[in-house]
Design a protein around this ligand. Sequence first.
Ligand SMILES: C[S@@+](CC[C@H](N)C(=O)[O-])C[C@H]1O[C@@H](n2cnc3c(N)ncnc32)[C@H](O)[C@@H]1O
Length: 200
Amino acid sequence: MNKDWTGNSNSIYKTLGASNHTDKHRQQQDYYATEPKAVELLLEVEQFNKSVWEPACGEGHIAEVFVKHGYNVRASDLIDRGYGEQQDFLFFNDEHWEGDIVTNPPYARAVDFVNKALDIIPDGNKVAMFLKIQFLEGKERKGLYKNHPPKIIYVSSSRLLCAKNAEFEKMIEGGGSAVAYAWFIWQKGYKGETVIKWIN
Ligand SMILES: C[S@@+](CC[C@H](N)C(=O)[O-])C[C@H]1O[C@@H](n2cnc3c(N)ncnc32)[C@H](O)[C@@H]1O
Protein backbone atom coordinates (compact mmCIF):
# COMPACT_ATOMS: atom_id res chain seq x y z
CA MET A 1 0.00 0.00 0.00
CA ASN A 2 1.47 3.38 -0.99
CA LYS A 3 0.75 6.77 0.43
CA ASP A 4 -0.19 9.69 -1.72
CA TRP A 5 1.38 13.11 -1.27
CA THR A 6 -1.25 14.09 1.29
CA GLY A 7 -0.47 10.98 3.32
CA ASN A 8 -3.63 9.08 2.36
CA SER A 9 -3.17 5.35 1.87
CA ASN A 10 -4.15 4.31 -1.61
CA SER A 11 -3.47 1.47 -3.96
CA ILE A 12 -3.96 2.00 -7.67
CA TYR A 13 -4.98 -1.63 -7.89
CA LYS A 14 -8.06 -1.05 -5.75
CA THR A 15 -9.42 0.59 -8.87
CA LEU A 16 -9.37 -2.68 -10.78
CA GLY A 17 -12.84 -3.64 -9.62
CA ALA A 18 -12.82 -2.61 -6.00
CA SER A 19 -13.45 1.14 -5.97
CA ASN A 20 -15.79 2.46 -3.31
CA HIS A 21 -17.18 5.14 -5.61
CA THR A 22 -20.47 4.86 -7.48
CA ASP A 23 -20.38 4.49 -11.26
CA LYS A 24 -22.26 7.74 -11.73
CA HIS A 25 -19.76 9.60 -9.63
CA ARG A 26 -16.76 8.03 -11.31
CA GLN A 27 -18.02 8.71 -14.82
CA GLN A 28 -18.17 12.41 -14.18
CA GLN A 29 -15.77 14.72 -15.94
CA ASP A 30 -14.29 12.46 -18.58
CA TYR A 31 -12.66 9.86 -16.36
CA TYR A 32 -10.32 7.54 -18.24
CA ALA A 33 -7.52 6.02 -16.19
CA THR A 34 -4.05 5.63 -17.68
CA GLU A 35 -2.46 2.20 -17.79
CA PRO A 36 0.51 2.43 -15.35
CA LYS A 37 2.75 0.75 -17.96
CA ALA A 38 2.49 3.94 -20.03
CA VAL A 39 4.09 5.85 -17.17
CA GLU A 40 6.81 3.25 -16.66
CA LEU A 41 7.69 3.59 -20.36
CA LEU A 42 7.81 7.37 -20.07
CA LEU A 43 10.17 7.18 -17.10
CA GLU A 44 12.54 4.98 -19.10
CA VAL A 45 13.11 7.84 -21.55
CA GLU A 46 12.45 11.09 -19.65
CA GLN A 47 13.71 12.49 -16.37
CA PHE A 48 11.65 14.95 -14.40
CA ASN A 49 12.11 17.49 -11.64
CA LYS A 50 12.06 15.84 -8.22
CA SER A 51 8.70 17.53 -7.60
CA VAL A 52 5.88 16.58 -9.93
CA TRP A 53 2.25 17.68 -9.93
CA GLU A 54 -0.49 15.42 -11.37
CA PRO A 55 -3.36 17.97 -11.55
CA ALA A 56 -6.09 15.65 -12.92
CA CYS A 57 -5.05 12.59 -10.95
CA GLY A 58 -8.22 10.50 -11.02
CA GLU A 59 -7.47 7.56 -8.74
CA GLY A 60 -3.70 8.01 -9.02
CA HIS A 61 -2.74 5.70 -11.86
CA ILE A 62 -0.04 8.11 -13.09
CA ALA A 63 0.83 9.63 -9.72
CA GLU A 64 1.47 6.29 -8.03
CA VAL A 65 4.10 5.28 -10.60
CA PHE A 66 5.98 8.53 -9.94
CA VAL A 67 5.73 7.88 -6.18
CA LYS A 68 7.15 4.40 -6.77
CA HIS A 69 10.10 5.95 -8.63
CA GLY A 70 10.92 8.26 -5.70
CA TYR A 71 9.40 11.53 -6.92
CA ASN A 72 7.65 13.97 -4.58
CA VAL A 73 4.17 13.94 -6.03
CA ARG A 74 1.40 16.45 -5.57
CA ALA A 75 -1.93 15.08 -6.81
CA SER A 76 -5.27 16.81 -7.32
CA ASP A 77 -8.48 16.43 -9.28
CA LEU A 78 -11.70 18.37 -9.77
CA ILE A 79 -13.61 15.34 -8.52
CA ASP A 80 -12.82 13.60 -5.26
CA ARG A 81 -12.07 10.05 -6.38
CA GLY A 82 -10.39 9.14 -3.10
CA TYR A 83 -6.91 10.23 -4.15
CA GLY A 84 -5.07 13.52 -3.64
CA GLU A 85 -6.73 16.85 -3.01
CA GLN A 86 -9.84 18.22 -4.66
CA GLN A 87 -8.99 21.20 -6.85
CA ASP A 88 -10.02 22.66 -10.18
CA PHE A 89 -6.72 23.00 -12.06
CA LEU A 90 -8.06 25.59 -14.47
CA PHE A 91 -9.33 27.90 -11.71
CA PHE A 92 -7.18 28.14 -8.63
CA ASN A 93 -5.29 30.89 -6.82
CA ASP A 94 -1.72 29.54 -6.57
CA GLU A 95 -0.10 30.92 -9.67
CA HIS A 96 3.24 29.10 -9.56
CA TRP A 97 4.52 25.54 -9.36
CA GLU A 98 8.29 25.10 -9.17
CA GLY A 99 8.31 21.47 -10.36
CA ASP A 100 7.11 19.66 -13.50
CA ILE A 101 3.53 18.80 -14.43
CA VAL A 102 2.44 15.39 -15.71
CA THR A 103 -1.08 14.23 -16.45
CA ASN A 104 -3.62 12.69 -18.76
CA PRO A 105 -6.05 15.64 -18.77
CA PRO A 106 -9.78 15.69 -19.59
CA TYR A 107 -9.48 15.51 -23.37
CA ALA A 108 -12.02 18.27 -24.07
CA ARG A 109 -9.97 20.70 -21.95
CA ALA A 110 -6.52 19.46 -22.94
CA VAL A 111 -5.41 22.68 -24.69
CA ASP A 112 -6.41 24.67 -21.61
CA PHE A 113 -4.50 22.24 -19.41
CA VAL A 114 -1.33 22.58 -21.50
CA ASN A 115 -1.53 26.39 -21.53
CA LYS A 116 -2.26 26.56 -17.82
CA ALA A 117 0.55 24.16 -16.96
CA LEU A 118 3.07 26.10 -19.07
CA ASP A 119 1.88 29.36 -17.50
CA ILE A 120 2.62 28.36 -13.93
CA ILE A 121 6.02 26.64 -14.20
CA PRO A 122 9.48 28.24 -14.57
CA ASP A 123 11.33 28.33 -17.91
CA GLY A 124 13.03 25.03 -18.62
CA ASN A 125 10.57 22.93 -16.61
CA LYS A 126 8.51 20.22 -18.27
CA VAL A 127 4.89 19.45 -18.99
CA ALA A 128 4.09 15.86 -20.03
CA MET A 129 0.60 15.00 -21.25
CA PHE A 130 -0.72 11.59 -22.24
CA LEU A 131 -3.01 12.37 -25.17
CA LYS A 132 -4.67 10.79 -28.16
CA ILE A 133 -2.47 10.93 -31.26
CA GLN A 134 -5.27 12.93 -32.93
CA PHE A 135 -4.28 15.78 -30.63
CA LEU A 136 -1.76 16.59 -33.37
CA GLU A 137 -4.51 17.94 -35.63
CA GLY A 138 -7.03 20.75 -35.23
CA LYS A 139 -7.00 24.53 -35.70
CA GLU A 140 -6.94 25.42 -32.00
CA ARG A 141 -4.07 23.01 -31.48
CA LYS A 142 -2.16 24.45 -34.44
CA GLY A 143 -2.15 27.73 -32.50
CA LEU A 144 -0.91 25.93 -29.41
CA TYR A 145 1.92 24.26 -31.36
CA LYS A 146 2.91 27.57 -32.96
CA ASN A 147 3.26 29.25 -29.57
CA HIS A 148 4.50 26.21 -27.69
CA PRO A 149 6.02 23.49 -29.87
CA PRO A 150 6.34 20.22 -27.95
CA LYS A 151 9.98 19.19 -27.59
CA ILE A 152 9.33 15.47 -28.04
CA ILE A 153 6.35 13.25 -28.79
CA TYR A 154 6.71 9.62 -27.76
CA VAL A 155 4.51 7.38 -29.87
CA SER A 156 3.85 3.91 -28.52
CA SER A 157 4.44 1.17 -31.09
CA SER A 158 2.10 -1.14 -29.15
CA ARG A 159 -1.30 0.02 -27.97
CA LEU A 160 -1.46 1.53 -24.47
CA LEU A 161 -4.77 1.64 -22.66
CA CYS A 162 -6.92 4.29 -21.07
CA ALA A 163 -9.89 2.64 -19.40
CA LYS A 164 -13.19 4.38 -18.77
CA ASN A 165 -13.73 4.46 -15.01
CA ALA A 166 -10.51 2.44 -14.64
CA GLU A 167 -12.27 -0.72 -15.82
CA PHE A 168 -9.21 -2.21 -17.53
CA GLU A 169 -10.42 -5.80 -17.31
CA LYS A 170 -13.69 -4.97 -19.05
CA MET A 171 -11.73 -3.20 -21.76
CA ILE A 172 -9.37 -6.11 -22.34
CA GLU A 173 -12.30 -8.55 -22.41
CA GLY A 174 -13.91 -6.28 -25.01
CA GLY A 175 -10.88 -6.59 -27.31
CA GLY A 176 -8.73 -3.65 -26.18
CA SER A 177 -8.81 -0.10 -27.46
CA ALA A 178 -9.31 1.54 -30.84
CA VAL A 179 -7.57 4.71 -29.64
CA ALA A 180 -3.83 5.36 -29.96
CA TYR A 181 -2.10 7.52 -27.35
CA ALA A 182 1.24 9.30 -27.15
CA TRP A 183 3.22 11.25 -24.57
CA PHE A 184 3.56 14.93 -25.55
CA ILE A 185 6.48 16.63 -23.80
CA TRP A 186 6.82 20.40 -23.56
CA GLN A 187 9.82 22.17 -22.05
CA LYS A 188 8.84 25.72 -21.23
CA GLY A 189 10.61 28.16 -23.54
CA TYR A 190 11.53 25.55 -26.19
CA LYS A 191 11.08 26.96 -29.70
CA GLY A 192 12.80 24.31 -31.84
CA GLU A 193 11.44 21.52 -34.02
CA THR A 194 9.31 18.80 -32.48
CA VAL A 195 11.03 15.42 -32.50
CA ILE A 196 9.02 12.19 -32.68
CA LYS A 197 10.38 9.08 -31.01
CA TRP A 198 8.96 5.60 -30.63
CA ILE A 199 8.65 3.68 -27.38
CA ASN A 200 7.25 0.27 -26.46
C1 LIG B 1 -8.80 11.31 -18.64
S1 LIG B 1 -9.01 11.34 -16.85
C2 LIG B 1 -7.35 10.95 -16.34
C3 LIG B 1 -7.15 10.60 -14.90
C4 LIG B 1 -5.68 10.40 -14.50
N1 LIG B 1 -4.87 11.55 -14.90
C5 LIG B 1 -5.09 9.17 -15.14
O1 LIG B 1 -4.39 9.33 -16.14
O2 LIG B 1 -5.39 8.06 -14.69
C6 LIG B 1 -9.16 13.11 -16.58
C7 LIG B 1 -9.37 13.54 -15.14
O3 LIG B 1 -9.44 14.97 -15.14
C8 LIG B 1 -10.30 15.38 -14.11
N2 LIG B 1 -10.71 16.77 -14.39
C9 LIG B 1 -11.63 17.23 -15.28
N3 LIG B 1 -11.66 18.58 -15.27
C10 LIG B 1 -10.73 18.98 -14.36
C11 LIG B 1 -10.31 20.25 -13.88
N4 LIG B 1 -10.81 21.38 -14.37
N5 LIG B 1 -9.35 20.30 -12.92
C12 LIG B 1 -8.81 19.15 -12.43
N6 LIG B 1 -9.18 17.91 -12.84
C13 LIG B 1 -10.13 17.83 -13.80
C14 LIG B 1 -11.43 14.38 -14.17
O4 LIG B 1 -12.14 14.36 -12.96
C15 LIG B 1 -10.64 13.07 -14.45
O5 LIG B 1 -10.33 12.41 -13.25
